[in-house]
Design a protein around this ligand. Sequence first.
Ligand code: BGC
Length: 897
Amino acid sequence: MKKWFLILAAVVNLSLPSCDTSQAPVGLYDLLCEGQEDPLGIDRLQPELQWKIKDSRRGAAQTAFQLLVASSPALLSGDQGDLWDSGKVESSRSVHVPYQGAPLASGQQLFWKVRVWDQEGKPSAWSETASWEMGLLEPADWKGSWVSRGTDTPCRSAFMRKEVELGDQQIAKARLFVTGLGSYLFYINGNKVGNDLLTPGWTDFRKRVEYQVYDVTDMLKEGANALGAELGSMWWSGGLGWQGGSRYSEGPLQLMAQLEVTLEDGSMTRFVTDTTWKWHDSPVVYDHIYHGETYDYNLELPGWNEPGFDDAGWQTALPASYGGLLSAPRFPALREQMEITPIALTEPLPGEYVFDLGQNMVGWARLMAQVPKGDTLTLRYAELLHDDGTVAQENLRSAKVTDRIISNGESFVWEPRFTYHGFRYVQVSGLKEKPELTALVGKVIHTSEPFIGSFETSDKLVNAIYKNITWGQRGNFFTVPTDCPQRDERLGWMGDAQIFAPTANFNMQLNRFWSKWMTDIADGQDSSGFVCDVNPAIVVGGPSKPGWGDACVIIPWMTWRYFGDTRIIEDNYAVMKKWVDYMHKQSQELIYIWGEKGGWNGYGDWIAVEPTPSEPIGTAYFAYSAALLSRMAGILGNSTDSLHYAELSAQVAAAYQSRYWDQDSLKYPGGTQTSNLLPLAFGITPAGLRDQVVTNLVENIKAKEYHPTTGFLGTGYILPVLSETGNHDIAWRLINQTTYPSWGYMVEKGATSIWELWNSDSERPEGMNSRNHFALGCVGEWMWNTLAGVNLCDKEPGFKRVIIKPRPVGDLQWVKAQYDTNYGILAVNWKREGERLKLSLTIPPNTSAVIIPPTLKAGAVLKEKGKNAGAAEIEGITPGENGSFTALAGSYELILE
Ligand code: BGC
């Protein structure tokens, strides 16, 4: 795949003019390496670089670039790329550009800059300098050993400490490489290192744990320095799943750290974890991912992580071991993203205070209080209230979701360290008097990848649904995409993730997030080829069910479409192929049935109001996954596989059709919405029968009085299929529906995120009924595609080209959508003015758009300041086929009239 680069580099003239007389008015910004600004701990040997272009001219584009990568900022400022000088590369590529220079070594620091040539062939000035640093690439680079508190009370939280001496030389640079099994907080001289939370996150610990790298230069000082860590269980040893029994380890908790300090004279001193470290019980007397944390202020050891602390009574750390891989940080860390102040405080029972955050959120509470020494404060978290106003925890099943604070009599500001909760209400018991409303604050925590999409319409209900979708995503894009954040699951369920991925990608920059999760999926894959239902694989064994396992194919595909990432396909090609081949091997006459025929055939169209027979879903997804694999083989240039899987997919589709289509009734089994939607969406239904199947679908919807009755799988397709098949008005009726079942029903009933069930309000108060479950929020994709009209173009993925096709409908008056692509801001704003439509567009530099205007009235013309697009009078716009237009980069104020 990197061949393009070598060929281009070879054909262009590598000797460049030393000075350019005229420069393009172009600014370069957002220089990223592996999707991050100046990252540390990179383990890719050809890290990918990208930059954005600031250029407001119409038609702004990059026609060539030059990258310089140097071993020092000084060399780079002299325009010398001693590690790599790409020369002038004639290419418009500005994203996922692989480093092609000298081989990279552990800990190596690299500085880089870029310049580009514009559409007129003029070069820009050089960008600012950016950098990246390599991680520890070899196991032998780790010089210390894992240490633990020993095995007596295996999973109790502990402190670990060690004092180190740095002499009196100036410190030029210091890096901390650190990880833990389970979770750790690291301190230097009493200060917490970094602002990441719950590190090292969650991976398949049987195979790997990620380490983190921090620049700690400014945290160290001459002379004595104290290194300290606090350990908790989290995903490693707490116990996962509804039976609580699944854990990677019984403990003990372990720490691995390596501090590398480069002094002014260039010498390097290294401090590592070993048996010279000491440990002591921490004040966290209990911690559990589901059940919460108990913190005893009476056990605090003031100054424990500062120099000069007397640790004579502490015990010697014991050597520990870990058989998995120490893997560089790939996952976007968890960080605090916002604080929520309660909207109400009640006292439903004497001394029981209930804070209402007004929002179903994920993270934890920070509490400020003071009670007598020895008193315990209890914080119970919940999504709901009982009728009497106390918190209702029945739907959390076995998860206790309760934090406890034991007071030492002093006032405190407390938050937990090794747990997290999904909640709206917190009931605090044990206070002596009514607290202030502001005594408690909700800390919202999620993956640190930014929200890059914003979407608003003139329709209040659509906005409310969209807002709930973003909250469903916020709390469940934790270190993996979890089904829910509150009960005894919080697992990386594959079906939920794959159906929501397109919507998720419109909301957040998830390239790194998905790449890391694909590693978890790969780690859990069985040698026979099956993948597991949840990943990191734990709790539920394989083989994964139809529509769930297929996430291993759908996620790379969606990541390529939205972010233009080909490497995720390369990295996971074998995983996808093994999964499709597995289904092929298990199938009989190309019919893939999970489980026994006539028995239980998987989760089916999970939680559907009108259940769809689940047997055919296996073969439907087999055809779909094979088709996507064929496309991806083609992207990698593997034409043999591409052909093979295209043929396989077509044959599977034919087998599906002959097995499941009833020639007499002209129906698929069950005749439900989903039974029609999957074969339509996956291209299984032959062209000649599509109209019939669409009619079946629409009839079903009418019979249900314009309500969706789909489960997780069908919900992803119901509105897209309706809109694509001439039934956009019906799709609009469904999104505007406010009676059960519908998205609007959830809003009407006060939901502040997306529910697990269409009727979460009335169904099983105890048991499986989450109020924060993103899957049914997959309708967000349709909002972007049709209401805003932002569509992907698979010929030029990752928004190199966008298809803008707004579909005004019903009484929708306007839509404002903005999306921060890898090339810059894409904005689509439209507004109806009678039969006219105002369309304001911003197409990012170095990209283009296909505009497909809606038909509001016959003969309408697209104009800008009186100039006619159809007559090619508008700068940057050329008329295309079937009433479409191609627009170059730039901002446009268009009117369709
Ligand atoms: C989870 C779902 C998941 C499902 C599998 C549930 O318990 O919460 O979201 O996909 O199991 O059917």
